[in-house]
Design a binder for this molecule. Sequence first.
Ligand code: GTP
Length: 419
Amino acid sequence: MQAVTSPSALPSAEALFDQMADAVYLIDPVTSAIVWGNRAAWAMLGLSREDVLDHSVLSLQLDVTGLPQWSEIAAAIRGQECFTFVGRHRHREGHEIHVEVNTTHFCLDGHAYFLSVARDVRRRMALEKDMQSRENQLWFALNEAADGLWDWEIATGRLFFSPQLKRMLGYSPDEMEPVLATWSDALHPDDRQVVLGILQAHLDGKRVRYEAEYRLRNRNGRYLWVHDRGRVCERDGLGAPTRAVGMVQDITARKELELQLQQLASSDTLTGLPNRRHGERFLEAELALCRRLGLPLGVCFFDVDHFKRVNDSFGHLVGDTVLQQVAEQAQASIRRSDLVCRWGGEEFVIISPNSNRAQLLQVAEKVRKAVMALAGTPRVTVSLGVAAFPEDGDDVEALLGVADGALYRAKTRGRNRTE
Ligand SMILES: Nc1nc2c(ncn2[C@@H]2O[C@H](COP(=O)(O)OP(=O)(O)OP(=O)(O)O)[C@@H](O)[C@H]2O)c(=O)[nH]1
């Protein structure tokens, strides 16, 4: 290749026009005839140079249908410095080419001309269509999809809540100030520390993503269970997170079902009290805690006296009702931190953390008197035996053994008593 040395060595204007990617047409404004075109002008249409000169604009443009319409367009072209028009050219093989045409008008040697530069915009239109469909998807995700979305600008603390997320929490689109505190203040106090810890671990790069199940307060003050997951999507030059996005799903129904199932698995169907399995787990956990904290713990075994006679005389259904009433009386006699469970048959156990033997004896007596005071037929009584940690035993088995022994003594010493 040689360097350009003088203007006379430059290519002609025609040769330059032929190098252009855009099609250039010189048009007679009156007849709409094409009087000149560059290489792209005929190549884009699948024609030869001569063919193009036989055409008028009307035969190229699918959107201009006749001379009256051309006259209107011509008037518009004359009225502007540059007239832009998006239309379709017809290829010789029949297909359409979407073009954006910029037309200017000028006079030369007493003749008026239109100079049109047409650019193939098929690719751009495909991209625009793609973007439009993405915008539709985004609109759908923000407004219609079941999940709520959030977008957090970490540096400024601005937190965008999608309309669906607001709706999930009972707010209207113009409520919920878009700041982090709006979310963090709505976290359930019992979950806050854990959730913020998980989020921080993700921001610090210790977790691949942020994912948590927690309770979030809605507009009415009720807590919803949500599954929230997200991740950092932008970082600054030093790698510090600057933006994170995520999705929130309302899982309240599933959580409530889980809790119900859990409760069913750990409760007795006749009395509604916790069952023996739950009682054993509770006793293990509370004894370990009391041992660590140096606190006492009481266990009380009790059972309905001569319950076989109740069944035999009044029937099994009446026997069931008696068990339910005894359970209610026991439940009403204990402290909130105590647990009464149905151990099996007509046997019950009270577990009382932070109670010594004397305190537990009082609780046992309260239960005994409450059962005795039950109105109606048949009248029943209960016998009770208590044991306390640490004086009566150091582990679960020993404590239960001592309490059972005490219950046996209560039975042999006449029933309706506490030992
Ligand atoms: N109705 C009813 N009876 C039950 C249930 N579970 C166990 N029983 C009955 O409870 C009775 C327990 O009888 P026993 O163990 O002889 O004791 P008891 O008659 O209460 O005599 P003491 O305990 O010595 O005062 C049996 O007849 C069991 O069938 C139940 O869920 N419903």
